[in-house]
Every structure is written in structure tokens, then in C-alpha cells.
Design a protein around this ligand. Structure first.
Ligand code: MN3
Length: 195
């Protein structure tokens, strides 16, 4: 049985960029719902003894979407909570900053490209900063529950662009949510994911 990890900060820690009410719904209802449905879908079956990564990869291959969607959403949300932090400071001498400057010109230019990609991610989905097998960084969008797990891309950061991530705080204004994302992004987590 899978369980949600505790949030790595208090429910009100990201306010005013992401409110306590949003986290109560997003973590407490939406993410919790995926975990509950995942456990119900795998109980007693072939997936029950597998890791979350294996469940994602295997259910994707078998087009077992009821399992895939809930497993991927559980993993994606864990990764998203870790992508956020009330202490958002980029280490000026980090390998990550060097890599962002190498591949996007500057950190600001990376943020602009990331936000343009996220704003243009039609419907529900995720926008990711990834590292490719050649070591370079890239920005990718995925739709619905689709995830970097089981692909040749290593996720460094993600932004949830499902409406439930921002509707309470920003209504339909996804670009405002994206602008505020950079006030609470966990650069240390991204750096730690870098290979
Ligand atoms: Mn979500």
C-alpha cells in the first residue's frame, strides 16, 4: 500500500504564492485521491509488490491507464512538492546555474522559456526541467498524468499546470501562477537531481 509522504513544509509555508487552502485541497484531496485509487487498483494484483517506478513503466507499456494515471500522478505530486520550498535561493556558484546558463543563455531566459512552455501546455499536464542523456538540459511538457519516469530524461524540477494547482489562488490565470512559481522553486532539489 502506498502512502503520501508528508509535505516537506507547513501548509501555510508557501503563502501568498500558493495558499494554505490550495495545499489543503491539492495535497489533502487531489493527491490523496490518486493514492487511494492507486491502492484500490493494484490490490491483490501483479502490481501490488512493485515499486512506484516499475508500476508506472509497466502499466504505461500495457496501456493499463487506470493504474498508470494514478501511479504517475502519485509520483508527479511527490516530485512537485519537493520542487517547491519557502526558501528559494539559487546557489550562484552551483553546477545547476552553470548548466542553465550554458543551455538557455541565462537563468532569466530559462524561466521565460519554461513559463512559455507551461502556459502553452494545453489542458491538464506538467512542465519539466529535464536533463537528457547527453547531459544537456531541456524543458518538456507532458499531458495529463504522463511523466518522465521510465523515459531517458531525468527530471530536475516540475510545475503542475492542472487547474487544481492554481484555481483557488489565481482563478484561470495560469501565467500569474507561473510567475509566482519562481518565488518558491526549490533550486537545491533541482541541483541534487542533476547528474
Ligand atoms: Mn496536481
Amino acid at each position: 500500500m502506498f502512502q503520501q509522504n508528508d509535505l516537506p513544509y507547513n501548509m501555510d509555508a508557501l503563502d501568498p504564492h500558493i495558499s494554505k487552502e490550495t495545499l489543503e485541497y491539492h495535497y489533502g484531496k487531489h493527491h490523496a485521491g490518486y493514492v487511494k485509487k492507486l491502492n484500490a487498483a493494484i490490490e491483490g494484483g501483479e502490481y501490488a509488490s512493485q515499486s512506484i517506478e516499475d508500476i508506472i513503466t509497466n502499466s504505461r507499456e500495457k496501456k493499463d491507464m487506470g493504474v498508470f494515471n494514478n501511479a504517475a500522478q502519485h509520483w508527479n505530486h511527490d516530485f512537485y512538492w519537493n520542487s517547491l520550498s519557502p526558501d528559494s535561493d539559487i546557489n550562484q556558484s552551483s553546477k545547476l546555474k552553470e548548466a542553465l546558463e550554458r543551455d538557455f543563455g541565462s537563468v532569466d531566459s530559462f524561466k521565460e522559456k519554461f513559463n512559455a512552455s507551461a502556459a502553452g501546455n494545453f489542458g491538464s499536464g506538467w512542465t519539466w526541467l529535464v536533463q537528457k542523456t547527453d547531459g544537456s538540459l531541456d524543458i518538456v511538457n507532458t499531458s495529463n498524468a504522463e511523466t518522465t519516469v521510465g523515459t531517458d530524461q531525468t527530471a530536475l524540477l516540475t510545475c503542475d499546470v492542472w487547474e487544481h494547482a492554481y484555481y483557488i489562488d489565481y482563478r484561470n490565470a495560469r501565467p500569474d501562477y507561473l510567475k509566482n512559481y519562481w518565488e518558491i522553486v526549490n533550486w537545491d532539489f533541482a541541483q541534487a537531481n542533476l547528474k
